[in-house]
Design a protein around this ligand. Sequence first.
Ligand SMILES: Nc1ncnc2c1ncn2[C@@H]1O[C@H](COP(=O)(O)OP(=O)(O)O)[C@@H](O)[C@H]1O
Ligand SMILES: [Mg+2]
Length: 271
Amino acid sequence: MARNILEIKELYKSFSKGKYGKDDETYNLLSNLNISIPENTISALIGGNATGKTTLFNILSGFLKEDSGNIYFHNSKTTNLSEIPPYKREHLGIGRLFQDNHIFPTLTVLENLIIADKNVLKGNPFEAIFNVKRVKESEKVLTQKATETIAHLFGKSHELLSKLNDKASSLSFGQKRLIGLIRLFMSDYKLVLLDEPTAGINPALNDFISEIIKQMVLENGMTVFLIEHNMNFVRKTAHNCFFLDNGKINMQGTPSKVLGNEFVQKNYLGV
Ligand SMILES: Nc1ncnc2c1ncn2[C@@H]1O[C@H](COP(=O)(O)OP(=O)(O)O)[C@@H](O)[C@H]1O
Ligand SMILES: [Mg+2]
């Protein structure tokens, strides 16, 4: 049995009902939520609209504060995430795919891929300026790494390979999503959070997206926790599935078990 990399215990989060944030009227969005994510697996969180899935991810990455409960991240040591600010969570090894894919439109596709590599940003920036040779060399290595990664994941004739020197703004939304995912693939995050990786994407790209996610786990030893509405994608991609309903995990197991469950079918899938 794999150990758990993330454990969410008795998590509560409420929001104010009113538009103006009057705190006398609140409702519990997440209410005694418990989830354990096994290391080196792909786990999918499913549930109806506005059930709190994105809110949970915002809490995990530190953009929102839980009302109560504990979140343990087990990497080389165990950290209780509650008091850790967002940027430090990234340093601990928790990465996230953003809705806009965090693409810099005026940089080239290649620059977008290598800029995120922590090796480029490591060390003193002044040292980097004076030590041009070292930077050039690492740039060369990173360029090769980026090119090889795309060829390895998608094949040597994938269209992205001919667009490496194009401005990122020229990419389609789906291609930007691929770049965002490849960047995470090339990172050294241990846990990667993906909020609806296939949303708004041409379905022809879904297999590529599924493939990167699988290889994050198989090759890089990462753990992926994703939110998805595309159930075919969940079946094809995830090892575990968690059904969020009424603030807590109502059902969990393999995708076929959870998606085959009568309650899930009636209350979520509309079968
Ligand atoms: N920062 C916030 N302040 C107030 N309400 C919020 C905030 N973030 C989310 N909500 C509310 O919480 C509910 C769940 O939102 P969300 O987590 O985005 O749902 P899901 O991702 O499951 O569709 C929504 O009704 C949303 O309006
Ligand atoms: Mg959402």
